[in-house]
Design a protein around this ligand. Sequence first.
Ligand code: ZN
Length: 283
Amino acid sequence: MNNYLTPGNPGVFYACYNKSMYLIDSHCHLHDREFFSEEQATNMLKNAAKRNVKQIVCIGTSHEDSLNASAFASSYQNVYWTYGIHPESANNYTINCKKDNKLVAIGEIGLDYHYEGYDRRAQIKLLEQALQLAIDLNLPCSFHVRDALPDFFAVVKNFSELKPSVLHSFSDTKESLEYALSQGFYIGVNGLITFANLACYKNLTPDFLDHCILETDAPFLTPEPNRGKINEPGNIADIAAWLSRKLGVSEGTIAEKTTDNARKIFHIPNPESAEPGARAEFS
Ligand SMILES: [Zn+2]
């Protein structure tokens, strides 16, 4: 039994809910018109509903992009958004976040040392600012961290008030995965797990589901069996099916655990009765 306090709406509790037998895409870029037309995005929301993916979180990567995610979320039922500045923009960015009742996290933020030429000190400064914003707004974070986990953990340690947060698209070592779990992070699992043969996901046991949420990162990282096609939120069902086979637990258990985790972290209320793809009603 859980009660949820909705973000931006203190005092309104969502009463006890039944275990969640549907899926959530906790990280996608469906609002980004560089990748998806409005019509394509609307159709993909409908496809998602057909595959039991009932709630979707659109992730901001810059101030402008976050505002687009916000506008998209406010136009459709069961779509939420995050405010983030991707670390690759660390040398030139604006932070000005206005909270509304569909804003569920700060992100994606983090550190990315994968390519040469990015200013690591500037990335750390941006990450620190974004972490403070998350604490000020009482929101969790969705982190993008690549080849930079030691610095990342060292920075985050200084923000002890941070709410339980997500390491999205985790692909580091098994040791790092264990350390992240020991520090209370949730792991965002996407299509990579179905095709990349990553060491960190070898020998997983069902208790991993206590710390796992599902994401597509659409349009990127399309899971098997649709490699080569553009990714979309409905493909969460393929990731859930893959995990079900890998862990030897039912797809219902995967849905229940990962959806409950995502709802808890992001304070997502019960799904509105309309399915994703339905236009929000403006009064
Ligand atoms: Zn992303």
